[in-house]
Design a protein around this ligand. Structure first.
Ligand SMILES: Nc1nc2c(c(=O)[nH]1)N[C@H]1C(S)=C(S)[C@@H](COP(=O)(O)O)O[C@H]1N2
Ligand SMILES: [Mo]
Length: 218
């Protein structure tokens, strides 16, 4: 296995590959019990860990573009200005990382995935998206999960521009699934008629990643 860049995986990436193999952190629980906030096998943190494949692209807002390709009526290349002209939303959500940390009450600002969908108009046969990061990371979502009312293309966290290590200028936030689905340094969204797997999904992780069903590994 190499990273999308063709590099040797770093230590954490290697551990995560091994955990997928071993089924580590599985508790056997499933389905969201009413009133529960912390999914099975997770623990709460107050800091905000940084996780990625080790390459953190440095992209200025003025140089950043987001390409919308594939099965849409209106393909687009959004730059900072046209992205900022889309409806802006604020959302608060919890983070659940497959490595077992969860972080509550993250305040994000950006463009709701639903507003992006209104703008680009997926074709009738569109069924999935593949997210592409500037670090060549990829991850897949069904169109239904991408269109979740909580989904956001986030440019700010706690009222501040999203920092480079957490995926600025713009990252995806899909809070009802494990955080590996929330692609950092978002470069392109490819709409597809059939699901194509992303980096972790090809390397032992679940195609969907629902933390309440402990969909950690495939
Ligand atoms: N582009 C990109 N996005 C990514 C990753 C990555 O390596 N590259 N890692 C994923 C994983 S495994 C996690 S847990 C979260 C971590 O986000 P954070 O560093 O802001 O906590 O980003 C996800 N998005
Ligand atoms: Mo992760």
């Amino acid at each position: 296995m190499t990273t999308p860049d063709g590099d040797e995986p770093n230590k954490l990436t290697k551990s995560k590959l091994r955990w997928a193999d071993e089924g580590k952190f599985l508790t056997g629980g499933s389905r969201k019990p009413t009133g529960e906030r912390l999914p099975p096998g997770q623990h709460l943190v107050r800091d905000w860990p940084v996780l990625d494949l080790g390459l953190q692209p440095d992209i200025a807002r003025e140089k950043w573009t987001l390409e919308i390709t594939g099965s849409v009526e209106r393909p687009a290349i959004l730059d900072w200005r046209s992205f900022g002209a889309l409806p802006q939303s604020g959302k608060r959500s919890d983070i659940h990382c497959v490595t077992t940390w969860s972080r509550y009450d993250n305040d994000w600002n950006g463009v709701a995935t639903r507003d992006l969908l209104d703008h680009v108009q997926p074709t009738a046969d569109a069924a999935a998206v593949l997210l592409h990061g500037y670090d060549k990371y990829t991850t897949n979502l069904t169109l239904h999960d991408f269109a979740s009312p909580d989904g956001l293309l986030a440019h700010s966290w706690s009222g501040q521009p999203l920092s480079r290590d957490h995926g600025g200028p713009v990252r995806l936030v899909i809070p009802h699934l494990y955080f590996w689905k929330s692609a950092k340094w978002l470069r392109a969204i490819q709409f597809l008629t059939a699901e194509e797997l992303g980096f972790w999904e090809l390397n032992g992780y679940h195609r969907r990643g629902d933390p309440w069903a402990e969909e950690r590994y495939s």
